[in-house]
Write a protein that binds this ligand. Structure first.
Ligand code: PMP
Length: 313
């Protein structure tokens, strides 16, 4: 069942509420994560939990938000919650946001207290089972990806997602499944909620951390797996034209996992079917996510309840 942990207390997710005078709600200052637990041969296991929690703490630091829990405390809370939910596999959403202590709602959050919550629920393939199998149709967005001139794209912050909302609404209204955004220099940045890869002549390329992307954990896993298989992966500027002449294009994300892209801007990618590199990486990543490979077993953390006491702040 869907459960939430809110500052040390576990409750049904529908019963977890926030106050109206919540800084995170008014100004988009929440930072959050998206994590998955998979059914594995060792029981439900969280995929790269520590890496996600580190990114949450980094996101908070980037926006000067204090999180009153250590990574170990957040890890213990996550384990406890997933164990109590009884779900064999689920999506896990930690979120932290300032709540103004004095109710004045001033914009500067310094001095506000931070609420930390974690919710778990069941969530299938983000871009659909058919999308994962056959590939999706993507559109290069008319919206530019947020840039470091005004925000910190490396953080996973609620306010950033207005940019993703504009792009995905535009793409879906035009009949595509996902948007691909360019950065302020015109290079490929990322999807509305995924990182992007192109493959040409067997060589893989993906935008760099300086192309305004979120440093996706699935992106990191995919790069590590590809290199381990002896494939070449370059992190470099990727031009829009490369999306049109690539043999293969795919996107990665915790929610989307590894999803092939079969068309970009109505141009068919390769022969319109997921290509050999995409299929090989998709299957290797799926094995890692489901704890089926010894090689990547350290990414998969079997869920254990009662591992640590979580003190109230
Ligand atoms: N970029 C954006 C904007 C995202 O929302 C996500 C999903 N968290 C990603 C990339 C992929 O990141 P990850 O693989 O860590 O889920």
């Amino acid at each position: 069942m869907s459960l939430a942990w809110v500052d040390g207390e576990i409750m049904p997710a529908q019963e977890a509420t926030v106050t109206l005078l919540c800084h995170g709600l008014h100004y988009g200052t929440a930072v959050f994560e998206g994590i998955r637990a998979y059914a594995t041969p060792r029981g439900p296991a969280l995929f790269r939990l520590d890496d996600h929690l580190d990114r949450l703490l980094d996101s908070a630091r980037l926006y000067a938000l204090e999180i009153p829990y250590s990574r170990d405390e957040l890890r213990a809370a996550t384990h406890e919650l997933v164990a109590r939910s009884g779900l064999a596999s689920c999506y896990v959403r930690p979120i932290a946001f300032p709540v103004s202590a004095d109710g004045t709602m001033r914009v500067c959050p310094l001095g506000a207290s931070t609420t930390v919550a974690i919710a778990v629920w069941e969530w299938g393939a983000y871009l659909g089972e058919a999308g994962k199998r056959d590939g999706i149709r993507a559109k290069v967005s008319s919206w530019q990806r947020i840039s470091e001139e005004s925000l910190l794209p490396a953080a996973k912050a609620a306010g950033h997602y207005l940019n993703s909302v504009l792009a995905s609404v535009e793409a879906q209204r035009a009949g595509y499944e996902e948007a691909i955004l360019l950065d302020s220099t015109g290079h490929v940045s990322e999807g509305a909620a995924e990182n992007v890869f192109v493959v040409r002549d067997g060589r893989i390329a993906t935008p760099t951390l300086c192309n305004a992307i979120l440093d996706g954990i699935t992106r990191q896993s995919t790069i590590a797996i590809a290199r381990d298989l002896g494939l070449e992966v370059a992190e470099r500027n990727v031009g829009r034209h490369e999306l049109y002449i690539a043999d293969e294009v795919f996107v990665t994300g915790t929610a989307a996992e590894l999803t092939p892209v079969r068309e970009v801007d109505d141009r068919v990618v390769g022969d319109g079917r997921p290509g050999p590199v995409t299929l090989r990486l998709q299957s290797a990543l799926d094995d890692a996510l489901h704890g089926r490979t010894e090689r990547w077993a350290h990414w998969s953390e079997p869920v254990a309840a009662g591992a640590l006491e979580v003190p109230a702040p």
